[in-house]
Design a protein around this ligand. Structure first.
Ligand SMILES: Nc1ncnc2c1ncn2[C@@H]1O[C@H](COP(=O)(O)OP(=O)(O)OP(=O)(O)O)[C@@H](O)[C@H]1O
Ligand SMILES: [Mg+2]
Length: 304
């Protein structure tokens, strides 16, 4: 079994922390004994999670393992069947809706825009939780929307209809709307879907900047394990509705984990850019093949 730790926490001997050590980061958002179901089908079963504050948590796992279901419950779009999601120690169901919306922003996996809405108007909807009947639109709202659109590169699309955009443009508009909400906690379900590789990196860099410069806590689902390893401070690997491993990517991402979670043979080598783990699918060929000393042997031996 891959080690399972509370966020960032290790014991003195570097082993997994199962005790909630005092140096573990605080957690505004957590799940306790969380069981989620659709009618009679249980999808997430008795899950415990502490989302580390001020960090980027990335959830990975095979299709249909319950990642989106978990994220929806963390964002209060789905009621727990058993157990609870806690926001600042209070059951999420008991926190007033406006307070939840000011703390938690959620970008679902397949959001649906109101028909014929423009980009500018959709992004502006992110400000609804901040508005009051006596003050519909403030300078702060305007600034937040402008900022969100600039940082996602959609300012030039402001007057276009959302349903006329390409998949990648639309995805960036949704991210802008989530950013405009200016919540401390941001839940993003596959924010890089539909994006070309340059825009994927741009969005992930933006998420990291929001985290590093503005202290936002992020939970995002990603399918690309290597992007997950690169951008996560805390990696959570799920299978069949349970967390099978979590921790810093450098410790959590191993060939055993990839096999256990995805049923895939792979070698894990140092990422030449970051030094972190890089997953290369394929079983290593015979260990006796010669390879130049300067090239990591297991890269050379990976079969596609
Ligand atoms: N609204 C729903 N009603 C009934 N079953 C659902 C619903 N949404 C999801 N499920 C089922 O719950 C399981 C988990 O789905 P979920 O969307 O959480 O998976 P996921 O890990 O996000 O997968 P993917 O990587 O494909 O997005 C799947 O078997 C799915 O069919
Ligand atoms: Mg999903």
């Amino acid at each position: 079994m891959t080690d399972t730790t509370s966020p960032g926490g290790t014991t003195a001997d570097g082993g997994p922390d199962r005790t909630g050590a005092p140096d573990a980061p605080a957690s505004r958002l957590s799940a306790r004994g969380l069981t989620l179901a659709y009618e009679s089908r249980t999808v997430v079963d008795g899950l415990d999670l502490d989302v580390p504050d001020g960090r980027v948590t990335v959830v990975v796992g095979p299709n249909a393992c319950g990642k989106s279901t978990l994220l929806r419950a963390l964002g209060r779009l789905l009621r727990p069947r058993r157990g609870a999601v806690l926001l600042d120690g209070r059951e999420l169901d008991r926190v007033p809706t406006r307070a939840v919306a000011r703390s938690l922003g959620l970008l679902p996996q397949a959001p649906v825009a109101p028909e014929a809405i423009t980009v500018g108007n959709l992004v502006a909807r992110g400000r609804q939780p901040h508005q009051r009947w006596w003050q519909q639109w403030s300078e702060a709202d305007e600034r937040a929307v402008t900022d969100a659109m600039d940082s996602t590169g959609v300012t030039g699309l402001a007057d276009r209809a959302v349903d006329e955009l390409s998949g990648g443009q639309r995805q960036r508009v949704w991210i802008a709307m989530a950013l405009a909400q200016e919540t401390e906690l941001l839940l993003l379900d596959e924010p890089t879907t539909y994006l070309d590789i340059a825009h994927q990196v741009e969005v992930l860099d933006l998420v990291r900047r929001l985290n590093r410069e503005r202290g936002r806590t992020v939970v995002m689902v990603l399918h690309d394990l290597n992007q997950a390893a690169r951008y996560a401070d805390h990696l959570v690997a799920m299978r069949e509705g349970r967390i099978v491993a979590q921790g810093p990517p450098g410790r959590a991402v191993t060939a055993d984990l990839v096999r256990e979670v995805f049923g895939l043979e792979a070698v894990v080598v140092p990422d030449p850019v970051t030094g972190g783990p890089l997953v290369v699918p394929g079983a290593p060929a015979s260990a006796s093949a010669a390879a130049p000393a300067t090239v990591p042997v297991n890269i050379r031996k990976a079969t596609p």
